[in-house]
Design a protein around this ligand. Structure first.
Ligand code: KIV
Ligand code: ZN
Length: 529
């Protein structure tokens, strides 16, 4: 659609609006190795609000004091959006979720219970009448706390549809305003899912009086396709995560859903959503940075190559007429062209103007920090592109958000080729006290991790290590990502620098900080959520 078409388009039909329920901070955060602290949750929540999602599921408040705090902070600090807290169908979960979202402008309690016989027998050890009763009581209680209650039948697609209809009917009778049908294990097929939902409408006509929602997992790579098949037969809320993160293979990716709705409204009977797609790229980068989950280069919409035309034949076509290979305009997802914007001698004013042009409004302190990073980078690199600026501003934000923890001050290496690598580090702790340590290692990364462990008093095992170029050229910024096991759990960290060993060390320090943050409140078992 061109800008002219958009200006002259008829106002969208409200009945065709698909609400976007973002669960990056809850289902997304349940992906292995992800722990977001309260500050990070609020920052992502604020960005999700700029992105224009309708609902932010901010966490599972009963899971830990940290989760409760995170949900409460998002409810208090992110305006103009529905903030949901997840609760199993029992009194303690529901009241805790209700308290956590109480201060939101528009609070929602999202309560759920499994309905499949597999889950009833092996997980819940409950009978169908007991499940029906628990669902009824949970929705009734939730409605005494908030007006907006969502009810989900976990593992719905592997459940007996007659039983799902009975439970859903009871939840609606108790005042549930949204009914969510999850494909919890990513097992269903698009046509099968449609038949299931149509059957459900038939067996439970009251479903037409509330919002039907779908929540699809990606175990067979069908999460987005299944979500779309749901909206084609009447669902008006889709649940998903930024970058498609989430339990196991993840959830439906909300940026893919939004761009499909925008690009193929013609094929979808005019369905639309309220997302501001130009915020997609920034949101994706923020989530990737804070979760430590790198986006695969060929990922639709937000992968590094999603809008790149490498092959000569493609480039030729695109240069003659972009319509030959482009179905979406790269600016519609908020991508800037990666031209050189600043040089070594550029001052604060030029940096500020470039950032404003890229959509960043920094306060004085933030600008000071960004300028210091810019100068260091410009000394190493000379010419700074928009992509470099994105990377350093994003990385600065990660530094700010890793509040409870260590900060890498110095990193020194010794050991020529053939010698044992040796690292010496200086870190400051949360109180600002300096701690120094050194260690030998099997390789440079092993040596720096051991030195950081010795300084921080931790003991981590490296499970995954990945370095990639963020920008192009010999002086490219490198991004390092580590996933490690610390204290029996997995934690991820990520950082960028022109020096990949420095980026690796900072990434590891961030993983250490995440582990310390997690120590503040051990999670209760989430029970298969
Ligand atoms: O996948 C699932 O079933 C869930 C529910 C809690 C909605 O995440
Ligand atoms: Zn889920």
């Amino acid at each position: 659609m061109t800008a002219h078409d958009e200006q002259h388009a008829a106002p969208p039909d409200p009945d065709k609006r698909v609400l976007i329920f973002d669960t990056t901070l809850r289902d997304g955060e349940q992906a292995p190795g992800i722990t977001l602290n309260t500050r990070e949750k609020v920052e992502i929540g604020q960005q999700l609000a700029r992105l224009g999602v309708d609902v932010i599921e901010a966490g599972f408040p009963i899971a830990s004091p940290g989760d409760f705090e995170g949900v409460r902070a998002v409810a208090q600090e992110v305006p103009d959006v529905i903030v949901a807290g997840l609760a199993r169908a029992n009194e303690r979960d529901v009241t805790t979720a209700g308290e956590a979202v109480r201060d939101a402008a528009r609070p929602r309690i999202h309560t759920f219970i499994a309905t499949s016989d597999i889950h009833l027998t092996y997980k819940l050890k409950m009978t169908r009448p007991q499940v029906l009763e628990a669902a009824t009581q949970a929705v009734r209680l939730a409605r005494t706390m908030v007006d907006d209650v969502e009810f989900s039948c976990e593992d719905a697609t592997r459940s007996d549809v007659a039983f799902v209809a009975e439970v859903v009917g009871a939840a609606i009778a108790e005042g549930a305003t949204t009914i969510n049908i999850p494909d919890t294990v990513g097992y269903t097929m698009p046509t099968e899912f449609q038949r299931f939902l149509l059957d459900l409408y038939e067996r439970c006509p009251a479903l037409r009086d509330v919002v039907l929602s779908v929540h699809c997992h990606d175990d067979l790579g069908l999460a987005v396709a299944n979500s779309l098949s749901g909206v084609q037969v009447g669902a008006r809320q889709v649940e998903g995560c930024v970058n498609g993160i989430g339990e196991r293979a993840g959830n439906a990716s909300i940026e893919e859903l939004a761009m499909i709705l925008r690009t193929r409204a013609d094929a979808l009977g005019g369905l639309w959503c309220g997302m501001n797609t130009t915020e997609i790229t920034r949101t994706s980068k923020m989530v990737s940075r804070m979760t430590g989950y790198v986006v695969q280069p060929n990922k639709a919409i937000v992968g590094r190559n999603a809008f790149a035309h490498e092959a000569g034949i493609h480039q030729h076509g695109v240069l003659s007429n972009p319509l030959t290979y482009e179905i979406m305009d790269f600016t519609s997802v908020g991508l800037a062209q990666s031209e050189i914007v600043l040089g070594k001698h550029s001052g604060r004013h030029a940096l500020r103007n470039a950032l404003v042009e890229m959509g960043y409004e920094l306060d004085k302190d933030e600008l000071d920090q960004a300028f210091a990073r810019f100068k260091t980078l410009a000394d190493r690199k000379g010419r700074i592109s928009a992509a470099d600026l994105e990377a350093i501003v994003g990385d600065e934000m990660s530094v700010e958000s890793s509040d409870a923890g260590f900060h890498l001050e110095e990193l020194h290496f010794a050991g020529a080729t053939g010698e044992t690598p040796h690292a010496r580090v200086v870190v400051t702790d949360a109180e600002g006290a300096r701690r120094e340590a050194e260690a030998d290692g099997d390789g440079p990364v092993d040596a720096l991790m051991k030195a950081i462990d010795a300084a921080a008093g931790t003991s981590g095992v490296l499970l995954e290590y990945n370095v990639s170029a963020v920008t192009s050229g010999r002086d490219a910024l490198g991004e390092a990502r580590v996933v490690c096991e610390i204290g029996g759990r997995r934690f991820a960290g990520q950082s960028v620098s022109t020096d990949v060993l420095e980026a690796s060390a900072i990434a590891y320090v961030r993983a250490v900080n995440a582990s310390r943050h997690a120590e503040h409140g051990e999670r209760v078992a989430a029970g298969g959520v």
